[in-house]
Design a protein around this ligand. Structure first.
Ligand code: CS2
Ligand code: MG
Length: 402
């Protein structure tokens, strides 16, 4: 079998998605996601101008050699644009392999290690009461794990919290929106949220929280300690991780489990974090970390150090990535949990898929390949619209981490 064509679809059924389609001389095609929220067209250009021409004539079964060719062969390694483009190719090739061998991708990754993939959903509200209510609705729908984010008194908006009863979606059209941030107000408020949630729902439900890289290590250490009575499943992205030793400081002070990695691109962003066992969950995603081929290596490396997976699964990761993550999560021995932020109905129509949710778990389905498709005619009705993630500033105007 040979690759005969590659094309990139950019559509915006509610938000932007970049999808690579690789076609073969046997009529089998595969799909890969290359969406990089707020910087989508840079991946399109990387794929169209540089990557696709190198794929024509290649055997799509050679996922390892093609991965190395695109990573080492470019000389310029790593970074979100490069790794999203490599991921798009890699996932499309795994999809082709599964279809050609007439088996779901999870069988190519070691087969099923469990019956389903536990997922967590997002509860949020402008205040504690609304957040508790939102969590209640999710628990009633069958979720066993809930991430909770709440508005903070004195701040007009907060990360992860929807405005005006809309569904939360961070990227916005127009230039980047700016919001005000106060670490002091946040640190005072969050423990109260988890006290309320434990009080209302008891000990069985898994509770998670995302700090979105906004704290210093010592602030995160304090938050981790304050949250210990509420037994969180994890505290996510407590501090930026370019300087990996910051996580040692957090680790030394708290037993609250720590998850990080949604902005990482290769194992080198997490090598020390994993090897020194400063984290409990590695949250790298298939789309932003070079595809299934690389994430499998990261997970196998992490397994040695008792670190489990927790793949990023926000709405800016397309249904193609969701499907790939579910195949991966079903097979990986050290799977931890998978994020599930459901897509809009429009997105689900553009990307018909086999994956499903039941009683807290998701399953990728048993169709050959990934079990996800792209309706190109429908996609054409939702043209790309430039959008940006917001910017955050401290109360005195200093730019801070959003
Ligand atoms: C996130 C995302 O889902 C998460 O945990 O932190 O909401 C993240 O902000 C977006 O994916 C950015 O594109
Ligand atoms: Mg996050």
């Amino acid at each position: 079998m040979k690759i005969v064509n590659g094309s990139v679809n950019v559509c915006s059924p509610g938000r932007n998605f970049v999808t690579l389609k690789i076609e073969t001389d046997e009529g089998i095609y595969g799909l890969g996601d290359g969406t990089l929220n707020g910087r989508e067209l840079s991946v399109v250009s990387y794929l169209v101008e540089y990557v696709i021409p190198c794929l024509i004539g290649r055997d799509p079964f050679e996922t390892e050699d093609i991965w190395q060719y695109l990573y080492r062969g470019a000389y310029w390694r790593r970074g979100p644009v490069t790794m999203a483009a490599i991921a798009a190719v890699d996932v499309a090739l795994w999809d082709i392999k599964g279809k050609a061998l007439n088996t779901p991708v999870y069988n190519l990754l070691g087969g099923k290690s469990r019956n389903g993939v536990m997922v967590y959903a997002h509860a949020n509200g402008v205040d504690l009461g609304q957040t508790v209510e939102s969590a209640e609705q999710l628990i009633e729908r069958g979720y066993l794990a809930v991430r909770a984010q709440s508005g903070i008194p004195g701040l007009a908006s907060a990360y992860g919290v929807a405005q005006d009863g809309q569904t939360y979606e961070p990227a916005q059209k127009g230039l980047p929106a700016e919001s005000a941030w106060s670490t002091e107000k946040y640190l005072r408020h969050v423990p109260m949220l988890f006290a309320r949630l434990r009080d209302r729902f008891g000990d069985d439900v898994h509770l998670l929280h995302d700090c979105h890289h906004r704290l210093t290590p010592i602030e995160a250490a304090r938050l981790g300690r304050d949250l210990e009575p509420y037994r969180l499943f994890w505290m996510e992205d407590p501090t930026p991780a370019e300087q990996q030793e910051g996580y040692l400081q957090i680790r030394e002070h708290t037993t609250t489990p720590i998850a990080v990695g949604e902005v990482f691109n290769t194992v080198w962003d997490a090598e020390m974090l994993i090897r020194k066992q400063w984290i409990d969950y590695i949250r790298m995603s298939i789309v932003h970390a070079g595809g299934i081929t690389h994430l499998k290596k990261v997970a196998d490396f992490a397994d040695i150090y008792h670190v489990r997976t927790g793949c990023h699964g926000a709405t800016d990761l397309s249904p193609v990535t969701m499907a790939a993550s579910l195949h991966f999560g079903l097979a990986a021995h050290n799977f931890g949990i998978q994020e599930h932020m459901p897509h809009t109905a429009e997105t689900d129509e553009v990307f018909p898929h086999q994956y499903s949710f039941k009683e807290g778990y998701m399953h990728p389905g048993d169709e050959p390949g990934l079990g996800v498709d792209l309706n190109e005619e429908l996609a054409a009705k939702h043209p790309y619209q430039r959008a940006y993630l917001p910017i955050s500033r401290k109360l005195d105007g200093t730019l801070s981490d959003w």
